[in-house]
Design a binder for this molecule. Structure first.
Ligand SMILES: C=C(O[C@@H]1C=C(C(=O)O)C=C[C@H]1O)C(=O)O
Ligand SMILES: NC(=O)CC[C@H](N)C(=O)O
Length: 803
């Protein structure tokens, strides 16, 4: 069974999900979520370590029935989570601060983590100020009082994610006792409070992140158990009794359910020739490339997608009488469906993004294919992409997406009709496809159409007799003559460095722990005069990119006006047909050069700065997956491993999650239709909840996106979005759209001036340890792997900056 992502054994019983029997004495904790990207890691740790059930409430919620005191009586304790911002700003902590005003008779045990800790300190007279420098994603040894929650834990190694700290020297408080400290290496005289407890009330707080995958796990679990023992002891002493087994619907989500979209029925009707079976023929032709096969079936300029998943499988769309595609635009909420053959019908309609996700879930469920070649991960379904801006609409407060709707955020910085923006979603419905297993050379021809045996047999014969002419794009004169005219407009160095400083200002203010800053390079070229050259141009460009920078997720798309040539090395999300999800965020990149060996790259990427960059995203992705899979459902397969990616070395983390239909994760508990074994539905929901890719935003995701929208002041478009397939058998695979070029030919520049503009995004994670020079270089390193393809191979010299 090739396309299975594998399983794992939970390392020990502790990380298994506590069994929640409503009649049992399972205790409840209320977690107050400050929209952090690590919240669900904390919640999972509480449930896994303490065997409790956690209810989550966001900081901007109303107390149910406007009665906090009554509501809190349902819980044994409250945990106030980490988050962006500053406790001095009331909206950054929201309802957290209400807890401190409880009367003595209403008190209950509280544990504040990071922002929650700072809120506790601030309320009790300890000023919260800036650290000498932010410390994000770094592991430090702290010393403790070895008592109270630190009993038997004199030293603990913990991950820190903070810019602000409690200034104990300026404190007016006599209420708090300090339980742990950090001495900064370069300022041993400055002791930074790492934990406190209230001397009379059952309030505790820790400045560090016990839930991080690099915090000393056993010590942090022991600390939680110590706190819990003391919390339960307090409740017993004062006669509090937690009421267990609260329905999880007691706190309803912000989003109102949306009406089921009628367009879903159109999609269903347009797919009526897609049956429940994927029939196939296989042949062994190790010499046949997916590119050569795609050329056999796809006429230049006709809608086509070629997508390589994880380096192993290349999936080529093949047109059929039942092919159709749709485009969706988040700015206008408009969907456009187009039949590609036969009547070529077109349908336009309007629906919200939430309705679009519902329509896709409905279609994938209704059109589920029950059997096919178990060796291949795609039997039929959708191939295409989703933009970064579509991803922004998936965030809890879609206001940032609204911001990106304003004209000043258009691709050119201001509204400019010369350039067209590609749609935010474009997906091609494929009944016929060819999948090449690049490791074995097996070619699988498949169709989900009823009675398509004739086509399958003919195609088998065609490919058996086919010999690849080895269409070598490395010396294509036609391509070179166009490329010779290319004008490359690099990002302004000064502006980029200024943006780096703006990012650092947000990091210092506690607004973000890491910001993935990006820029855009535009390449303008003449549109080839001959129609055949014009139609072939994007494909030739893709073939050259594939040769220049072969990548695990190389891909090509020709979808109406939009063309994509991608050499992405980064997996966003894969899921199999059984139950497994996997995400493989990448962070930390060094350029390959003759004297850059793997050993040297490991040394560079093993630095505090690079490890921190990756760790932050690893923790963010764990949170994203816990949101889908819940406690006990997430496992770190690889952490911070350096690998060779052709022209660069990068650090990668590999995280897996398990779908258990009866145990939905924290972010999807309110969605009723997830009680299905159909992995298409779970995969789509995972996309909806986990976009945009955390490696392209930074952490905490939502607040970071908000600042990036302002700092970058442009639409990223397809760059930073995802590309891949939705398999009717239940699986899916999506890459992060980096190291890619895209174009959209709808604008005036194309139609009137006969100029085509290709856009390449590139960027990198900005942390407190970043330098403007280093980040500018890193951005150029990533840019080069695509940009160099736009210069003719016979050119004597390439652009000085990009070489
Ligand atoms: C921003 C880009 O890449 C992202 C940033 C990386 C980094 O900071 O090292 C690595 C991979 C991507 O997640 C890009 O390629 O443009
Ligand atoms: N992780 C956190 O909760 C961070 C708290 C606060 N925003 C700071 O940067 O200090």
């Amino acid at each position: 069974m090739a396309p299975m992502l594998g399983d794992w054994d939970a390392p020990n019983n502790e990380s298994r999900v506590p069994q929640l029997d409503p009649s049992s004495s399972t205790k409840s904790i209320l977690y107050v979520d400050a929209y952090d990207s690590f919240s669900y890691n904390v919640v999972a740790m509480l449930e896994e370590t303490l065997g409790v059930k956690v209810t989550i409430m966001t900081i901007d919620s109303e107390w149910p029935n406007s009665n906090m005191k009554e509501f809190l009586q349902h819980y044994e304790a409250v945990v106030l989570g980490p988050g962006p911002g500053d406790p001095n700003v009331p909206s950054d902590v929201g309802i957290m601060k209400d807890i401190w005003d409880l009367h003595d008779s209403e008190l209950l045990p509280v544990l504040g983590i990071c922002l929650g800790f700072q809120s506790l300190c601030l309320h009790h007279g300890v000023p919260i100020e800036r650290l000498p420098y932010p410390i994000h994603g770094q592991i430090h040894k702290i010393s403790t009082s070895a008592k109270d929650i630190f009993e038997d834990l004199p030293e603990v190694e913990v991950t820190l994610y903070h810019s602000l700290c409690a200034n104990s020297a300026a404190s007016t408080s006599t209420d708090l006792e300090y339980l742990a400290w950090l001495a900064l290496k370069d300022r041993p005289e400055t002791q930074i409070p790492m934990a406190v407890r209230h001397l009379e009330k059952p309030f505790w707080g820790v400045q560090f992140h016990p839930e991080s995958c690099k915090s000393e796990i056993n010590a942090c679990k022991a600390l939680l158990r110590n706190w819990w023992k003391m919390a339960l002891g307090y409740n017993k002493l004062v006669g509090r009794g937690g009421y267990c087994s609260l329905p999880s619907t007691v706190i309803s989500p912000h989003t109102a359910p949306s009406a089921f979209p009628g367009i879903a029925y159109d999609m269903f009707n347009w797919s009526k020739s897609t049956s429940k079976i994927s029939s196939f023929r296989s042949l062994d032709r190790p010499s046949l490339t997916a590119e050569a096969i795609s050329e056999v079936f796809n006429k230049p300029g006709s809608p086509a997608v070629l997508f390589q998943s994880n380096g192993q499988y290349s999936i080529a769309s093949v047109p059929s009488p039942g092919s159709w595609r749709f485009e969706y635009n988040v700015e206008t909420d408009k969907i456009r469906m187009l039949q590609l053959y036969g009547d070529c019908k077109e349908v336009e309609s309007y629906l919200t993004v939430a309705q679009l996700w519902d329509a896709l879930r409905y279609l994938m469920e209704m059109k589920k294919v029950d059997s096919g070649n178990s060796q291949v991960p795609f039997w039929g379904g959708f191939l295409g992409y989703l933009s970064y801006e579509l991803g922004l609409t998936c965030l809890p407060h879609t206001g940032h997406a609204q911001a990106s709707k304003s004209p000043k955020h258009s691709s050119t910085g201001k509204s400019d009709p010369s350039f067209a923006d590609p749609p935010d979603v474009s997906l091609l419905w494929c009944e016929r496809s060819v999948v090449v297993d690049n490791t074995t050379g097996t070619v699988v021809i498949q169709s989900t159409r009823d009675d398509d045996a004739g086509w399958l047999d003919e195609t088998l014969q065609q490919l058996q007799n086919f010999s690849d002419s080895g269409n070598d794009t490395s010396a294509d004169r036609g391509l070179d003559s166009i490329l010779r005219e290319s004008k490359i407009q690099l990002p302004e160095e000064k502006e980029y460095k200024r943006q780096i400083e703006s990012c650092k200002a947000e990091l210092e203010a506690g607004e973000s722990y890491e910001l993935c800053l990006t820029s855009e390079t535009k390449i303008t070229l003449p549109v080839p005069e001959l129609e055949s050259d014009r139609l072939m141009f994007p494909w030739k460009l893709y073939r050259r990119l594939k040769t220049y920078n072969p990548a695990a997720f190389s891909a090509f798309a020709d979808l109406g006006d939009t063309k994509i040539a991608s050499s992405s090395p980064e997996c966003f999300l894969n899921w199999d047909r059984e139950s497994t999800l996997e995400m493989k965020p990448m962070k930390g990149t060094v350029r390959k050069s003759p004297d850059m060996t793997m050993e040297k790259a490991c040394e560079i990427l093993g630095s505090t700065k690079e490890m921190a960059e990756n760790l932050m995203i690893a923790d963010l992705i764990r949170h994203d997956l816990y949101g889908i899979c819940g406690s006990g459902g997430v496992h770190v397969e690889k952490l911070l491993e350096v690998a060779d990616y052709g022209r660069v070395y990068s650090m990668i983390t590999h995280i897996k999650g398990k779908i258990r239909p009866n145990h939905p994760g924290f972010a999807v508990r309110h969605i009723s239709h997830l009680n299905t074994p159909n992995m298409s539905v779970h995969g789509l929901t995972t996309l909806q909840r986990c976009l945009p890719p955390g490696s392209m935003t930074g952490a905490p995701k939502e607040r970071s996106c908000m600042h990036l929208c302002t700092i970058e002041n442009r639409k990223r478009g397809i760059y930073s979005g995802v590309m891949g397939f939705l398999d009717l058998g239940g699986g899916g695979s999506f890459s992060v759209l980096i190291r890619s070029a895209f174009t959209c030919s709808g604008g005036r520049d194309y139609t009137e001036n006969k100029q085509q503009t290709w856009r390449i995004g590139a960027g990198g994670a900005i942390t407190a340890l970043s330098t403007a020079e280093g980040e500018w270089d890193e951005m150029l390193t990533k840019l080069r792997v695509v940009c160099n393809v736009f210069t003719p191979l016979d050119a004597d010299e390439r652009s000085a900056t990009t070489s």
